[in-house]
Ligand binder design. Sequence first.
Ligand code: UDP
Ligand code: MG
Length: 334
Amino acid sequence: MRENRLYVVIPCYNEEEVLPQTVERLREKMQALIKEGLIAPDSRVVFVDDGSKDRTWQMICALHREDPLFSGITLSLNRGHQNALLAGLMTVRNRCDCTISMDADLQDDLDAMDEMLRHYQEGCEIVYGVRSKRQTDSFFKRFTAQSFYRMMRILGAGTIYNHADYRLMSRRALEALAQYREVNLFLRGIVPMIGYKTAQVLYERHERAAGTSKYPLKKMVGLAFEGITSLSTKPIRMITWLGVLLFAVSILMGGYSLVQHWLGNTIRGWTSTVLSIWAVGGLVLFSLGIVGEYIGKIYLETKARPRYLVAEFLDDAGQDKGERDPAGTDGFLG
Ligand code: UDP
Ligand code: MG
């Protein structure tokens, strides 16, 4: 049996309306999981207050005082869902054996946790919660979200289809994640890069229990753009290919305009003008693409991503004694 001290990490931004409900549901769920022996009795639920402007943080503090199951982290100001989640995961990673991240609005089905934890026991380091249906989402949300996944794939930023940020990550996966030191961190794209043994758990996504979505279209477009530009240099390569294409067209156009010239269908100066427009345009784009390729390389270098992560080492000298951080991080209601 793997050690199973679970920390549930939940980013919250202005969630005072839904929080009481979430807390009750989680309390029941955690107690049931402890009873079943799927998680250790000292498991926790950690709310990450993402610089909320309402009473979210006060509620979390009160909750922590009355029930040690709940604790919290508050950020200095609103940094967005992805950063809040990362802050939570990185703060608790030395205190637990695994984490499950989810939203505060109960859209993610809590009952999927059991299966996630079973996969964890079977040796999975990352278990993705994948939406089986999107019926509860509005057509608009479904359409935009699905286009997003598709576009991401085309642009070379591989993400798990229909997976948001409901996932289990073991301590080991979190250690790996910590090695990705890039500032523009797009979790849904980076986590699949970690590798190790993974699994997927299907669940039905519910309606938001209370409150309003904190992800308006503007933020979604922002997230998509962030995802693409922080994961992929494919757009640059597209410029190169466009340049090559234009240059090829210019050769065709060259043939065409020369023929027209010889047939006498043209006025003076047309042939050379048309030819240079196409050829120069193609060359300029092509050169831009080449320069871009180097910029892309610099960009990837500056991210300084880990080049590999060792999954297993059959070493007869014994097991690695990974240290736990006894002091932990400050400012955390542990
Ligand atoms: N969230 C956050 N910071 C933000 C926006 C949202 O921490 O700036 C949290 C929010 O409290 C919720 C989760 O991210 O727990 C997902 O947000 P929401 O449910 O509003 O997004 P949707 O499900 O509508 O895409
Ligand atoms: Mg939601």
